[in-house]
Design a protein around this ligand. Structure first.
Ligand code: SAM
Length: 447
């Protein structure tokens, strides 16, 4: 049952089209995924259609049990709501690939992995999540995606304005919202909805935007999005940004056949007009004015432990292009992050609570270094650096449940477990048994 106030509000907002929206909200939600370039092809037993606005987005005619697909766990695709992939059009039209981008409200990471993929090796993404319980799933999804061009942070929006003024070429604020666009996916969103909750969301959204605004470069792009329909959280906020913070609302060039509705400020995906859930997006450019470009001042030296030449040579041999990565050891762990952004990432690691920088490369085990799990997820890994153990579906699922695998005539030591040629993680063959090194906190339970 839709809340009465919501029905009234949408009737005012959409007029004669409102009943079509209400009808669409009673239908089954759409399932869609976005493919990673770790694999070339999909292998689902469902009909597949392309998402028109994202070249790697696909609709599935039915929802498979993703948990049972090892390629899901290997980061070969992200189960992402189709409408939200519209961010891609904003990036393509206004954001250069060598940008420094901030995804301020990033968990669980659908848009962060999309931005990371768009930027590729040229740019850097900072993916931030302020809510502690959500930052680990963000970090897991970023590691599984495997690009290495992302720093995951756990800070308040205000710290970005304070510690990195005028730094970012692009900021995405995918704001916490009243979630009207998720009503058919999430019953709790319906139960929690009220006009009071909408007003609270507006206040929170403005406070997030206000706090982070100084971090955006003049001339830089703000992408403001919500998964809600109401004007208070959408158009009124976009206009507030334009007028109060100082920005120009930018048009997007979208194919009219897609069914996306342009409003007085921004664009709506309505589930009665597009194959996807509700989504709102507005692209703004911060007005240009004289400013001091961001410079790192008074940088503290980041903590690190020297890496011996021998260990450095070993861990570099696990990377296909080792010169592209800066290495840093902290306690028992060596992390690799893009050398192009070394100074900036070093600075960030002294000012922000960084959950990960790039990807975890190696871990000290006794007298030796062993690869970390996130190396197996990383596209920077040289996978032929390790003997491989290709497994079938049954063994892949056993591996992902952290069970031990049958061994036959395999070399002793570390083996990279692969499924359809895609790395799932490591095992250590100690002869009598095989130690499963899949991260315990990621293991598949209840299967
Ligand atoms: N961008 C994410 C994605 O594509 O997977 C979804 C983000 S969700 C709509 C909004 C996020 O904002 C949530 O992860 C939530 O924890 C976070 N959030 C909640 N309150 C916040 C605040 N006051 N400041 C910043 N982020 C907040």
């Amino acid at each position: 049952m839709l809340p009465v106030d919501f029905v009234d509000m949408m009737q005012q907002q959409l007029g004669a089209q409102a009943p079509q929206l209400f009808h669409a909200l009673e239908q089954e939600p759409v399932t869609s995924i976005r493919l990673n370039d770790k694999i070339d092809e999909l292998s689902f037993n469902a009909d597949i259609d392309e998402v028109p606005w994202h070249y790697e987005g696909y609709y599935l005619s039915e929802r498979p049990q993703f948990t049972l697909d090892p390629l899901f766990h290997a980061g070969c695709y992200y189960v992402q709501e189709a409408s939200s992939m519209l961010i891609q059009c904003a990036l393509e039209q206004y954001v250069a690939e060598d940008s420094l981008a901030l995804d301020l409200c990033a968990a669980p990471g659908g848009k962060a992995t999309l931005i990371s993929q768009y930027l590729g090796a040229q740019g850097l993404l900072v993916a931030n999540e302020v809510v502690r319980q959500r930052v680990f799933i963000l970090s897991e999804n970023i590691q599984k995606w495997g690009n290495g061009n992302t720093v995951v942070t756990h800070n308040t929006p205000a710290l970005f304005g304070e510690a990195m003024p005028n730094a970012f070429d692009c900021i995405l604020v995918d704001a916490p919202c009243s979630g009207e666009g998720m009503f058919r996916k999430d019953e709790q969103a319906v139960a929690d909805w009220s006009m009071r909750a909408v007003r609270q969301c507006v206040e929170r959204q403005r406070s997030i935007l206000y706090d982070a605004w100084d971090a955006l470069k003049p001339g830089g792009i703000l992408i403001y999005s919500t998964c809600t329909f109401n004007r208070h959280e959408d158009e009124e906020n976009a206009m507030w940004i334009a007028e109060e913070l100082g920005a120009d609302i930018l048009p997007l060039s979208l194919d009219p056949a897609w069914g996306i509705v342009e409003s007085i400020a921004g664009y709506h995906c309505y589930p009665h007009l597009v194959r996807g859930e509700g989504f709102y997006l507005c692209v703004l450019r911060k007005r240009r004015h004289d400013f001091d470009p961001f410079r790192i001042k008074h940088a503290k030296k980041p903590n690190s432990t020297p890496i011996t030449a021998e260990n450095k040579e070993l861990v570099r041999s696990w990377l296909s292009e080792p010169d592209k990565w800066a290495l840093r050891q902290l306690d028992r762990f060596i992390t690799a992050y893009p050398i192009k952004y070394k100074e900036l990432i070093d600075y960030m690691s002294t000012r922000f609570l960084c959950i990960s920088l790039g990807f975890g490369l190696a871990e000290e085990r006794g007298k030796h270094f062993a690869p970390q799990h996130s190396l197996s997820m990383s596209k920077a890994a040289r996978i032929d650096a390790f003997p491989q153990l290709e497994v079938n579906l049954e063994s892949a699922l056993a591996y992902l449940r952290t069970e031990s695998l049958p061994l036959s005539n395999l070399p002793l030591g570390l083996l990279l477990v692969t499924y359809h040629g895609v790395p799932l993680g490591f095992v250590k063959n100690v002869g009598s048994r095989c130690n499963n090194l899949y991260p315990n906190e990621w293991r598949i339970r209840n299967l």
